[in-house]
Ligand binder design. Structure first.
Ligand code: TTP
Ligand code: MG
Length: 391
C-alpha cells in the first residue's frame, strides 16, 4: 500500500452564469441563462436560480425559456471567462505545485505534500474558497479525498459553495461512504449503458461493490471491472500537471448530446482560447493540435493536425482547430456529447523556435496575444475583445 494521499477537486459553481451575475449586479439572485438567443442555441450554463425551474446545460434555449420565461439571457463572453479561469488556476497553484486543470473551471490539486505548509485538506479547501470569493467574487465547491475519483464525487455533493470531505485513510469507511451513491454517477455510465446496469440489479455503487468479479465481467463487460474498483474507492491515477503531460488540454461534457454545430464549434473555440493562453502562460509553444469528440455512446474519436512551425498564437491555433472540426463535421457529423482540444507542447529551445520570428506579421500577432494576456491579468474584466474569426 502506498501512503494515503490528499487530493482536492475544486469546481466553480455555475461558472459562466456566476461571472455574468458578478459583472452585472442587476442579474444577481435572478435566473440567468448563458447562451445565444437564436432558435438553435443551447444553454451553456444556468444559474442556480434558473436550475430550480429545471433549466440545464445543453438544453435548447427555447425550452429553457419555456420552463423559466422570466430568466435573463446573457450572451457568453468567453474572453472574460478565460481570464477568470486563469486567475482561479493561479489561486490553486498557491497550495501545491501539482494542479491538473480538467476544464476551464475545475481542477485536481494534490495536496499530499502541502500539509506542513498549508494544513490539512479541509484547511486548504477553506483557504481556496476564501481566496476565490475575495479575489474573484466567485463561489467554488471543493471535494477532498484520497484519490481523484472520490475527490471529484465529493465536490459535487454540496454544490454550490460547499466543502465535502470523504473518509481519507480507512478503506472500509470509504466503501461505506460510496455505497449509497447512484450508479449513474459513475464515470463511463451514460443513458445508453445505464439500463444494462439496472438489469443486472446494480443501482448503487454498493451493489457493484458486492458483485463478484466474474459476474461483473460476464454481465457487465470488461469496462465494469475498473468501475468496480472505483466503486470501492480505489483509484491510483496521479494528478498530472501540464509539465508532466507535455500538453495543454481542455474539454467539456455536455449534459445531453448536442446536434447544433455552431454551439459545439463555439464551445470548442472557447476551449482552444483557454488552452492557448495556458500554453503561453507556461512559456511553451505547440505544433500538434488535436480535437477530441465523444458521442452519446462514449465512442471517442480524435482528429489531429501538425502545423508547419511551432506557435503560441491564439489565432493560428484557433484556425487549425476550427478547420479540424469543420472537416470532420462536413463528412460525418453526429450529435456530440463531449468536445475537447489538446495542444502538444514543443520543448522550449527547439531549433524550430526560430521560425516563430521569421514572419513580421506573425511577430505582431504574438505581441497582440502577449499584450492581451498582460492587460487582462492586470485589469481583468474583458478589457480586451479579440474579434473572433468567422466560424
Ligand atoms: P460545469 O462545471 O460542468 O458547470 P457549471 O460550473 O456551470 O455548474 P456547476 O455548479 O454544476 O459546476 O461547466 C463549467 C462551464 O463550462 C459552464 O459554466 C459553462 C461551460 N459549459 C458549456 O459551455 N456547455 C456545457 O454543456 C457544460 C456542461 C458546461
Ligand atoms: Mg463548475
Amino acid at each position: 500500500m502506498t501512503a494515503p494521499r490528499t487530493i482536492l477537486h475544486a469546481d466553480l459553481d455555475a461558472f459562466f452564469a456566476s461571472v455574468e451575475q458578478l459583472d452585472h449586479p442587476e442579474m444577481r439572485g435572478k435566473p440567468v441563462l448563458v447562451g445565444g438567443r437564436s432558435g438553435r442555441s443551447v444553454v451553456a450554463t444556468a444559474s442556480y436560480e434558473a436550475r430550480r425551474f429545471g433549466c440545464r446545460s445543453a438544453m435548447p434555449m427555447t425550452r429553457a425559456l419555456a420552463l423559466c420565461p422570466h430568466a435573463v439571457v446573457a450572451t457568453p463572453r468567453f474572453e472574460r471567462y478565460s481570464e477568470l479561469s486563469d486567475r482561479f488556476m493561479e489561486i490553486l497553484g498557491r497550495y501545491s505545485p501539482l494542479v491538473e486543470a480538467l476544464s476551464v473551471d475545475e481542477a485536481f490539486i494534490d495536496a499530499t505534500g502541502s500539509r506542513l505548509l498549508h494544513g490539512d485538506g479541509v484547511t486548504i479547501a477553506r483557504a481556496i474558497r476564501a481566496a476565490t470569493q475575495t479575489e474573484l467574487g466567485l463561489t467554488v465547491s471543493v471535494g477532498i479525498g484520497s484519490n481523484k475519483f472520490v475527490a471529484k464525487l465529493a465536490s459535487d455533493m454540496n454544490k454550490p459553495d460547499g466543502i465535502t470531505e470523504s473518509p481519507l485513510d480507512n478503506s472500509s469507511l470509504l466503501a461505506n461512504w460510496l455505497a449509497p451513491i447512484g450508479i449513474e454517477r459513475m464515470w463511463g455510465i451514460g443513458p445508453k449503458s445505464l439500463p444494462r446496469f439496472h438489469a443486472a440489479k446494480v443501482h448503487t455503487f454498493g451493489d457493484l461493490q458486492l458483485m463478484a468479479e466474474h459476474d461483473v465481467l460476464t454481465q457487465l463487460g470488461p469496462h465494469a471491472i475498473d468501475m468496480r474498483s472505483r466503486a470501492l474507492g480505489i483509484d491510483s491515477r496521479a494528478v498530472e500537471t501540464v509539465r508532466d503531460r507535455k500538453g495543454v488540454g481542455h474539454e467539456t461534457t455536455f449534459a445531453d448530446d448536442v446536434s447544433d454545430q455552431e454551439s459545439i464549434l463555439e464551445t470548442l473555440l472557447f476551449l482552444v482560447e483557454s488552452a492557448a493562453r495556458r500554453l503561453r502562460g507556461s512559456g511553451s509553444t505547440t505544433r500538434r493540435i488535436t480535437i477530441k469528440i465523444r458521442f452519446g455512446d462514449f465512442e471517442t474519436i480524435t482528429r489531429s493536425t501538425t502545423l508547419d512551425a511551432d506557435t503560441d498564437r491564439t489565432l493560428v491555433i484557433l484556425a487549425a482547430a476550427k478547420d479540424l472540426f469543420k472537416r470532420w463535421a462536413a463528412r460525418e457529423f453526429v450529435a456530440v456529447r463531449l468536445i475537447g482540444v489538446r495542444l502538444e507542447c514543443t520543448a522550449p529551445g527547439d531549433e524550430t523556435q526560430a521560425s516563430l520570428f521569421a514572419d513580421p506579421q506573425a511577430e505582431r500577432d504574438r505581441t497582440v496575444d502577449r499584450v492581451a494576456d498582460a492587460i487582462e491579468r492586470k485589469f481583468g474584466k474583458g478589457m480586451i475583445g479579440r474579434g473572433r474569426p468567422e466560424p
